[in-house]
Write a protein that binds this ligand. Structure first.
Ligand code: BGC
Length: 348
């Protein structure tokens, strides 16, 4: 009798442990574009971590085209995805696909960018977007010693994509730090372009940021006026500003901020052409999301650390915010190379 019981318990344990394993459950991962370095890394990390955990991964990139992203997600659903992880091109444009996910009871994790205007979003995993902006603003404040220096300093601003909910958080975080100095006149926006809509960069494209920066330089700085600082929300836009400066500017090189530690920008940091970036380790985010996928599929409590901030205009989405890290030419070796994110060769 004892033997039979032992065998039964063993069998039960095996079945229970199989239940905890992924067993090839299908996860759909929808990424916005291959054009920007970070999304390739995000996609690769997600796929590798999910596969290592035993899931089958359907990873798709949508070439920054909303219709493509919509139909890719709909396909993922028809192919039997049990969880969807989505980094939206435009946060508000995936309504149809999200309604379909809801109808099929497929949980959705918004990856890095919040999915807006929908109650079908189960969780949001990102970096603390407002903090990214405050890190950039604080860097400028300290670098110019705004509390003590006389100034005034000339400032220009390049922000992100209006269709990406993150972009306003980055902008606002930085502006909240800089506003007192803008209002007192210590920071002077020579172009007069300050409001988010005037400084935004649709689709975050380098070329779009470059064209606008060239315009500003030729309209306001061609007479030899120096631009002392250029607040850029991320690296792709910073690169546009750096390209414009290289071709159209002979004054003292400005302080330039960024975000992501893309390879080109890290090289520019080392060469003194970009002052700082904000490092968002895509490995950390991918790990967190894989953990959340597992928790969802195993019916466990899902790890979140913010339940108040991210209102998508329909619901407040329970979120997990990872910590962004300040990076510059002094610490890049430690945070980017020693951590194995890049090799020395990649930054040559
Ligand atoms: C991400 C940034 C990225 C930007 C452009 C944002 O949603 O949070 O890391 O630089 O999109 O791709």
């Amino acid at each position: 009798m004892k033997k039979i019981l032992a065998v039964l318990i063993c069998a039960l344990l095996v079945v229970a442990s199989m239940g905890a394993m992924a067993e090839g459950q299908r996860v759909g991962v929808s990424m916005p574009t291959k054009d920007l370095q970070r999304w390739n890394q995000d996609g690769d990390n997600m796929k590798a971590n999910l596969e290592a955990a035993g899931y089958t991964v359907d990873l798709q990139y949508a070439s920054n085209d909303v219709q493509t992203q919509l139909s890719q997600i709909e396909n993922m659903i028809s192919e039997g995805a049990e969880v969807l992880v989505i980094a939206a091109i435009e946060g508000s444009s995936l309504g149809e696909a999200l309604s379909m996910a809801k109808e099929y009871e497929i949980p959705v994790i918004a990856y890095d960018r919040l999915l807006m205007e929908s109650d079908a979003v189960s969780y949001y995993a990102t970096f603390d977007n407002y903090k990214v902006g405050t890190v950039q603003g604080t860097y400028i404040k300290d670098a110019l010693d705004l509390d003590n220096a006389e100034g005034p300093f000339n400032l220009e601003i390049t922000a992100g994509d209006p269709g990406d909910n993150n972009a306003r958080y980055f902008y606002q975080g930085a502006i909240d730090v800089l506003n007192p100095y803008i209002e007192s006149g210590k920071l002077n926006i020579v172009s007069g372009q300050k409001e988010f809509n005037d400084v935004a960069t649709p689709t975050w494209q380098t070329k779009v940021a470059q064209d606008r920066a060239e315009n500003i330089l030729s309209s306001y700085y061609a007479d030899g006026t120096n631009v002392d600082v250029w607040l850029c929300s991320n690296d792709s836009t910073a690169l546009g500003v750096e390209n414009a400066l290289a071709a159209n500017y002979t004054g003292t090189y400005p302080i330039i901020t960024g975000q992501d530690c893309d390879i080109e920008n890290t090289k520019n940091m080392i060469a003194g052409k970009q002052s700082m970036s904000v490092f968002k380790d895509t490995r950390t985010l991918a790990e967190q999301v894989v953990k959340m996928v597992g928790q969802i599929l195993n019916g466990e409590t899902v790890d979140v650390n913010d339940t108040t901030t991210y209102d998508n205009n329909v619901i407040v989405v329970p979120s997990y915010l990872c910590d962004p890290v300040f990076a510059d030419a002094n610490n890049y070796k430690e945070i980017l190379i020693d951590s194995g994110y890049y090799t020395e060769d990649q930054l040559q």
